[in-house]
Design a protein around this ligand. Structure first.
Ligand code: 13P
Length: 251
């Protein structure tokens, strides 16, 4: 019932030209894939090229962030409306790198999320614990804080277009994937929490992606877990072959 959703987070990689080159090789590799939703979030300046090159395809484009104000004196920011008007479908919000390096908090995630929803973007809200937090046994508490804080004040109906991405910080870019069982445990916890926060219907319908060193050789075991509905992929989304292998995990 939850359609698998594989999305690439390109972070600070690829010029617009490189993005265009990627998409030309990538589209034929995933042509005809209907049972998996596919997204790519490049840096802002590559969005127009990717939107143009992917028009009419089964690949949707997204941003890696958005500001909460629509316009005004906010030097350096890009609003959700601007992202939507550039042709984006998705917006990643609250990635751990933004929390770590750019002062993102649950409160700013919440503001950005509300702005993204108001603009009609489909948000991917990132949550997850650091290594120190896992080692001190507070993984669930951190995820609960991220979910309760990030999704505060939302109505059940607003959850329809939201995807949650569980990304344990210690697994990002380290080659250290959470085992499928470790990931499943947290995903199940998050789904139960969504039931408590919203309803059983919302909990059953909301997609929860796993992120952190997802590669073609571990994606199948992760996707086989009951509560893992997709992946948010960094490194392995940068090459057409490996990203296509992830999208085609069930082939
Ligand atoms: P890696 O796949 O490179 O570990 O990155 C995961 C991530 O942060 C996706 O948002």
């Amino acid at each position: 019932m939850r359609k698998p959703f594989i999305a690439g987070n390109w972070k600070l990689n690829k010029t617009a030209d490189e993005a265009e080159e990627f998409i030309k090789s990538f589209l034929p590799l995933v042509q005809g894939v209907k049972d998996v939703e596919i997204g790519i979030a490049p840096q802002y300046l590559a969005i127009p090229a990717l939107v143009a090159a992917s028009r009419g395809s089964n690949v949707g484009i997204g941003s890696q962030d958005n500001y909460w104000e629509a316009s005004g004196a906010f030097t350096g920011e890009v609003s959700a409306e601007m992202i939507k008007s550039a042709g984006c479908i998705y917006a990643i919000i609250g990635h751990s790198e933004r929390r770590q390096f750019f002062g993102e908090t649950n409160a700013t995630v919440n503001q950005k999320l509300k702005a993204a929803l108001a603009a009609g973007l489909h948000p991917i809200v990132c949550i997850g614990e650091s290594l120190a937090e896992r080692e001190s046994g507070i993984t669930e508490k951190v995820c609960e804080d991220h979910l309760r804080g990030g999704l505060a004040g939302l109505e059940s109906a607003q959850m329809q277009t939201i995807t949650i991405a569980y990304e344990p910080v210690w697994a990002i870019g380290t080659g250290k994937t959470a085992t499928p069982e470790q990931a499943q445990e947290v995903h199940a916890f998050c789904r139960n929490l969504l039931e408590d926060m919203f309803s059983a219907e919302v909990a059953a319908a909301t997609r929860i992606q796993y992120g952190g060193s997802v590669k073609p050789d571990n994606v199948k075991d992760l996707m086989a877990q009951t509560d893992i509905d997709g992946a948010l992929v960094g490194g392995a989304s940068l090459k057409p072959d490996s990203f296509a292998a992830l999208v085609n995990f069930n082939k």
